[in-house]
Design a binder for this molecule. Sequence first.
Ligand code: VG1
Ligand code: CO
Length: 548
Amino acid sequence: MSQITTVSTVPIAGQKPGTSGLRKKTPVFMGRHYLENFVQAIFDVVGARNEDGGGKTFVLGGDGRYFNDRAAQVILRMAAANGAARVIVGQGAILSTPAASHLIRLNRTDGGIIMSASHNPGGPNEDFGVKFNMPNGGPAPEGVTEAMYQRTTEITEYKVMEAQDVDLGRVGRHQLGAMVVDVVDPVSDYAALMESLFDFAAIRAMFAAGFRMRMDAMCAVTGPYAVEILEHRLGAPRGTCVNATPLPDFGGLHPDPNPTWARALMDEMFSDAAPDFGAASDGDGDRNMVVGRGIYVSPSDSLAVLAANAHLAPGYAAGLKGVARSMPTSAAADRVADALGIAKYETPTGWKFFGNLLDAGRATICGEESFGTGSDHVREKDGLWAVLLWLNILAVRKQSVAEILREHWVRFGRNYYSRHDFEAIDTARAEAMFAALRAGLAGLPGQVVEGMTISAADDFAYTDPVDGSVSLKQGVRVLFGDGSRIVYRLSGTGTEGATLRVYLERYAPGPEGLDLDAQQALAPVIRAAHALAGIAAHTGRTAPDVVT
Ligand code: VG1
Ligand code: CO
């Protein structure tokens, strides 16, 4: 028998979603009422029933990290108690973020709950997270997450069904009280979507002709997707995918695909035994890092190359409507948009800001400097999608990654780019640094630093061109007359202190000076960034923890 219980609770401080959902240390999420309060706030805001009283349908899945399976059972019991009619769950409560986005759209559901802290480490003492995606498949916009947060501050009770666990290991239809739980294979619909976008025959022929790649899934959710698509459907040799079994603690790895955390892949790609192409993905499968033999592709460059070549893939043969990038992402994609004569957009950090542009058909491809690229095929960034688009381009152009990148820079010029992260800074000190920076902005234009003249300085504000919503204080920008740029932001995904992100960019028009080391090319910009913000004086840090 299943019975619905109403449990008394009290608000828990700090349940405010950040850049991408609510993320906290796992023990916090496992604390009494913590998950329940937030999930109830979600249902209170979006509703589990339609206006006519009928139940809604949701998608549920996560990246498989520690507590994913237990949290899924709680969320299902609460969905049933709140009146939902049906929940579609990935087998084993597993769904990559892009696959969840696809299922939400494919089944015309009322949204979905994704359990992930993405690139943050997982485990009993690491991070967990929950976010809600809208019926369009995209992350809830700020207005909705703010309403959920407000709800958590006034919550007095939540509803839960008393019932046995649903067997999420068995694909098929299950019942939880009156609610249907459809457990689905997490991979098949997503793989079919990829086949509809890319020239699998051409990629298969490339592998058959000896092309070799390494795909590092970092013991996170992409493994099963990559094995099925790359090895089974495209004929890449068995073993192409490594770290392909999702583990609750990601095998102790930090599933953040960047040169620091995907060190093993970088070492292989720069060794004598390097394959033609390398890629890595993050905890929930929405990020990608791409590496050629002996050459690293910065995410900003990857976005630009994909935009310039997307028409080579069947799904984009008609061309792009527009390209959107987050503000801290380099302007490389803008140059491509200008050359193609298509629209370009600059949004705040976080995929939720691309949703309206994609829905309105204004942008086809979007990207962030943080290893996120995607298109209008779903409403999340999509790691494997980016890998497959690269493979499709390589199969058509029959050139190496290095050749493609060099030709790109010769044609468009090169935006040297790097991000320096200073992690776990004392929050008060980080805030003091930003207060000082903001207070001094008006006096910056005209000043000369490291031989470069500051042409403008501001705190990025964004007005959504589709719904007119305004987002303020999205990052401090310092622009120089020669096209160089510094951006300062505080991370909204961390769970410990503050993380300062400093984004550095410098444009080289070419044809000379296109092959420098990025850190060397950026040296004056880096020195200027330290000087202008007084990073050492405010934070006590002289060098970044992570450089991408
Ligand atoms: C970071 C990235 C941002 C990305 C977000 C979610 O946010 O900078 O570009 O959208 O993570 O990515 P922040 O606020 O820490 O800078 V994921 O793959 O963690 O969902
Ligand atoms: Co992610």
